[in-house]
Design a protein around this ligand. Sequence first.
Ligand code: PBG
Length: 326
Amino acid sequence: MFPAERPRRLRRTAALRRLVAETTLSPDDLVAPLFVAEPLSEPRPIHSLPGQFQHTLQSLHEEVRALHRAGVGGVILFGVPTKKDEYGSGAYDPKGIVQAALGSLRDEFADDLVLMADLCLDEYTSHGHCGVVRPDGTVDNDATLELYGRIAVAQAQAGATVVAPSGMMDGQVGAIRSALDGAGFFETVILAYAAKYASGLYGPFRDAVEVEIADGGDRRGYQQDPRNRREALREARADVEQGADIVMVKPAMTYLDIVADLRRELDVPISAYHVSGEYAMVKAAAANGWIDGTVVALEQLTAVRRAGADFVLTYFAREVAEELGR
Ligand code: PBG
């Protein structure tokens, strides 16, 4: 008996495969995370993220030009300040490093690509937590919200089209929406890190922004427990109710079930963050000649799209966009 169904028919040529492909991946769907550092005179390579840099304002512009040429949809900025303090004041200082970078990028690129800013305190606090820390070492949710509102307004004022709260405080989206509206920034988009897990995959990022959490602490008191799935939907629904325009899942590869759940249950755009550890693992294996890094990057980013994400934040943005354009 010969098989009645022959799925291989449609796999025979590249043209057929293209014609019937269910998922697309295009540079438009990629957002590049970029680090900009206050004190530098030269861009500094980030050891654990090969090919990524702490940028000076000048090298940041050059990188964004290359990303724009490759057709990348947007960039998201993270700041590396010279001074940190207990309240992370560099995050909402109108002259802070991310605000300076946003203003300068807006002058050159206007709305040619989407300018996003990560909205959090951890890069700016002396203790490395994403919020205000109480004497007992726990993070004070409601005191933190007020500061998030200030950061949002500073970033919007400086030229961010999108602000992306990543601190996982309860009520952060509502607090930020009302701060933005109160200052007249009705059009500033909120991309909420809705389902952000307490992950081991953020290690290289913490190198990149020089964050060390005080007293060997961690973020399990505010980021989500990797064992939980339903909870992600509850978080994301709450964010949408509070005014999130887009929701994000983070990390990506280990949480594709969450991406698929949110896609099925919500009608807002969904994004996912392919994080530093995910990038570093691919780069490390590729550097050893154990895998083809570009093939694996394309496969992983396509998987994120297949699971239902509209776009992906990834350190591979430039490399993959250039590859797609070849
Ligand atoms: C918090 C923030 C983190 C990342 C993005 N925003 C770090 C954390 O929660 O510890 C990690 C991103 C990555 O690993 O690429 N400001």
